[in-house]
Design a protein around this ligand. Structure first.
Ligand SMILES: Nc1ncnc2c1ncn2[C@@H]1O[C@H](COP(=O)(O)OP(=O)(O)OP(=O)(O)O)[C@@H](O)[C@H]1O
Ligand SMILES: [Mg+2]
Length: 365
């Protein structure tokens, strides 16, 4: 899941190499904390203090004991996945009272339990509550509650039965069937709508961690964004960007952001382009197992995306026969626009949504 920093992106060479974490930072102080997300998330959207964050959101404050019961004591066979912050467990609660129920009764939940390493990640945990406690949209995952007790930090979400887009694109084994072209376009549209909602005038939030593992899928493959630990309020007034330390996941961050630390809505658009390219190609943005010259998907694929005749070299061969040449060209063009080196040449997410809406139809035969 993690990618190696030393591969860089586009022509960007970071000021240091060998930072072997999925999350990147230019701040030397951060290099000491080698696992998980680094603690620099902001506390945005008006409320600032911990108490204010809890008050502003309408979420249940769970008791740890209750979550232990709901997840069968965090048993390994309840694990849904592992991330940089900790593990995610399956659990069961009563829909009305939100009390733990016997497994198999009530509703299913996903419980994210932070690793207890000196409370690293507390800020991101709080940022998640701050954002998901206030932002509600069909394409954002629903946060049901949280737990803060001694050193324990947990987040309780609606359960997403089809897991993450990462699993469907890159998962191995019979559990994951390759997603069809139609479903990939559906997921891309849902995720684009989620980002467009975050960017709109009411929310004005930069997501900063757009990647396939953060796109979760419900039973109908509706996409929902999760993980707002790195999200930030967008620029206000006549400011064009917000400055920040460089955080995010290797292979997805926009080149200008890596160089300057300037965050804009267009930083997310670039990451969207990377994900769209991963969906079209069925390949990870960075993969050292590919032949040399192909480790960085964006660098390798860009020239092909720009050529009508060569797009097919990039497209996932598991998709053969499922799209028309016109659809392939439109999707490739959109990915290319999102991946423009100049942020101003990238589309805004509302336009990405429009372009993807046109790609939802089955191909005319
Ligand atoms: N609400 C949920 N419903 C079902 N599965 C979930 C849910 N939330 C997370 N998961 C599963 O748990 C995995 C780990 O999620 P987590 O967000 O902790 O890490 P990640 O996104 O894979 O990596 P990172 O730490 O870089 O964000 C996900 O990839 C997904 O498979
Ligand atoms: Mg995640």
């Amino acid at each position: 899941m993690g990618a190696c920093w030393s591969h860089g992106i586009e022509a960007v060479t970071p000021s240091y190499t060998g930072f072997n974490s999925k999350n990147v930072s230019r701040d030397r102080n951060d290099m000491s904390s080698s696992s998980g997300k680094l603690s620099s998330a902001s506390m945005p959207m008006t409320p600032r203090s911990e108490g204010e964050v809890f008050q502003a959101c309408n979420l249940k404050n769970f008791v740890f004991r209750e979550l232990k019961m709901a997840t069968k004591n965090f048993r390994p066979d309840s694990v849904l996945g592992e991330g940089g912050f900790g593990s995610v467990f399956k659990g069961w609660i009563d829909e009305k009272t939100l009390k733990a129920t016997k497994p198999g009764t009530g509703i299913m939940i996903a419980v994210k339990r932070l690793n207890q390493q000196g409370l690293q990640g507390h800020k991101e945990w709080l940022a998640e509550i701050n954002y998901l406690g206030q932002l509600h949209h069909p394409n954002l995952v629903k946060l049901i509650g949280y737990c803060i007790e001694d050193e324990h930090r947990l987040l309780i979400y609606e359960f997403m039965p089809k897991g993450s887009m990462e699993g469907h694109l890159f998962g191995r084994g019979s559990h994951f069937q390759p997603l069809s072209w139609h479903l990939r376009m559906k997921v891309a549209l849902g995720a684009a709508k989620g980002l467009a909602f975050l960017h709109n005038n009411e929310s004005k939030v930069i997501y900063r961690d757009f990647k396939t593992s953060n796109i979760l899928l419900d039973s109908d493959y509706n996409a929902k964004l999760s993980d707002f630990g790195l999200a930030r309020d967008g620029p206000i007034g006549n400011k064009s960007h917000v400055s920040s330390r460089v955080l995010g996941t290797l292979g997805y961050a926009a080149p200008e952001y890596l160089v300057t630390g300037h965050l804009t809505f267009k930083t997310d658009v670039y990451s969207f382009g990377v994900v769209l390219l991963e969906m079209l190609s069925g390949q990870r943005s960075i993969d050292k197992n590919r032949p040399s010259g192909q480790h960085n998907l964006v660098q390798w694929a860009k020239p092909y995306l720009a050529s009508k005749r060569k797009i097919f070299r990039v497209l996932d061969n598991r998709l053969e026969g499922q799209y028309s040449p016109d659809q392939a060209q439109k999707a490739a063009k959109l990915a290319l626009q999102c991946l423009a080196l100049e942020p101003r040449n990238r589309p805004i997410m509302n336009d990405v949504v429009k372009a993807l809406e046109e790609l939802q139809e089955p191909p005319r035969s």
